[in-house]
Design a binder for this molecule. Structure first.
Ligand code: TYD
Length: 144
């Protein structure tokens, strides 16, 4: 498993999934607690994203996730309150691990792109921080 650290967001990493190459088409797989460092409680996906749209725009208190460009490409902007980093996803055998407490925005979606998210928690709106000012306050207070 290839792990690449993002510069300033130490826990963010690109995970390279196994790839079984075949003249009939390639196959990749993801196993809970193996290629993904958490129990997968939920899967969701973004599709039919209009040109110029931005998704995300929030952080999570507890939730961890892995984001994969199953088809097409998009940028993920990561922000831990101190540093920002842009990650370009464009291959289905790479996933971006995003731990809790990181603000993320997904943008620059190519046409027909599909963003798959594997998530550590069931959907719970109370786990979201949707206002950037609230996120900055949480960062400054050490998430207490
Ligand atoms: P949101 O998480 O803000 O989308 P994104 O981060 O991808 O831009 O969710 C958008 C809406 O969909 C919001 O009303 C909550 C709802 N939603 C669910 O009901 N279940 C889910 O699993 C997710 C991810 C979102």
């Amino acid at each position: 498993m290839l792990l690449e650290k993002c510069d300033n967001l130490d826990q963010c990493k690109i995970i390279n999934f196994p790839k079984v190459t075949d003249f009939r088409g390639n196959l990749s797989f993801i196993e809970e607690n193996r290629q993904v460092p958490f129990d997968i409680k939920r899967v969701y996906y973004l599709y039919d994203v209009p040109s110029g749209a931005t998704r995300g725009g929030h952080a999570h208190k507890q939730l961890q996730q892995l984001v994969i460009a199953l088809s097409g490409s998009f940028d993920v902007i990561l922000d831990d309150g101190y540093h920002k980093r842009k990650v370009f996803l464009n291959r289905p055998h790479y996933g971006l691990y995003i731990p809790s407490k990181v603000w993320r925005e997904l943008e620059n979606f190519s046409s027909n792109s599909v963003a798959l998210a594997l998530v550590s928690e069931f959907y719970d709106e109370s786990d979201y921080i949707r206002e950037y000012d609230d996120f900055k306050k949480m960062v400054e207070n050490g998430w207490r």
